[in-house]
Design a protein around this ligand. Sequence first.
Ligand code: IMP
Length: 427
Amino acid sequence: MACTCVVGLQWGDEAKGKIVDLLTEQHDFVVRYNGGANAGHTVVSGGKTYKFSLLPTGVLRPHLCSVIANGVVVNPVRFFEEVKQLREAGVAIGENLIVSNHAHVIFPYHAEEERLSEGGEQAIGTTGRGIGPCYQDKAGRICGVRVGELLYPDHLRARLRAIVARKNKLLRALSAEAKQFDADALTDEYLKYAEGMRPHIRDTVHLLHKALADGKRILFEAAQGSLLDVDHGTYPYVTSSNSSTTGVWSGSGVPTRNLERVIGVIKAYTTRVGRGPFPTELNDGPDGVGEKIRKTGREYGTVTGRPRRCGWFDAVAARYTARLSGTDELAVMLLDVLSDLDEISICTSYEIDGSRIEDFPTDAFLLERCRPVYETMPGWRQPIEARKVGDLPAAARRYVDRLSALLGLPVGIVSVGPDREQTIFCG
Ligand code: IMP
């Protein structure tokens, strides 16, 4: 039963990669269960910085089996790029990396469909990686292709001939300038990827069930944050998968009752990339706190390089996602980023249409009308060198304790810098 899930409780980029990396030694498998190459995980290990978007961060530890499970959408081009980058950096990747035969495949027409759909008023502000259109095809069934199908050349060619003919029509209907695709050329290209991927492709549901039966320890690594969950996030400004722990079961085939420990990862403040309501956003200009957080926290997207929107910690939102994801304990990240502030605010409730509410409204059109109600605490105005919770500056400790009280959960880990050593384990 020794399964752990590391899940983000905000809009992604909570520095989950660092927590996963810290926990890998206690696990035998690391499993990604949602999303695709839209995710951005940065891990600093042994003085080197590694950036991941599709592969589980577990691949840094070759003793582990790293699994891209069925709930993920796989772009083979990105898969090989990332494998190559990691190998060049000296990371051994072989049979320790497994891809589910039931993960869906991203094709170039998915990115084109997204590009044509994201232009107008209703844009979501996506990463442009074809994630949404690929999940649409998965749910729509007619055009979805799974990784395992890449291994059957005749079958793949027939499927792509039918799919590409349909896609070309749909794309043209979206724009007369739309790119058009050649089914045979695409088949030939993807058959080459299939050969490279063949040694990695497995039925991961059986693999994980066997691992459980053998008493192996599995670490689930969520991509994005729970507020971007397609069912439970700030719809429609969400990603297209279940990025909360709700995705573990469907996205890997492992029943969530096996989760013994859910670590909810939060930043000490809030960020968001892309469009959508963000009640605590700080739009206070080039000399304001929002810009200060962005600069100090290097808040630029790992995948797209976009500047992240920055704001105060939103306890209304995080309390909701902590419950949604069945969180047992919190990991508070990037506390050091707030070190230079005189005062720090926390949003504890919202005001909407003259009423005070404490339950997070997930409908974007309602959340847009919410105004944050803040409580303010003094900052600590000194760098954090502490490696024990007792050594934190008193104001920093009070801030962490307040987050814990507002979310009703213990804090297990406080991160005060990107390096492994800059981590406080709270006993
Ligand atoms: P998509 O996942 O590319 O479809 O984008 C949908 C929304 O999710 C956009 O607002 C993206 O900026 C956001 N998003 C997707 N992946 C991440 C991530 O890893 N971190 C933060 N935001 C993300």
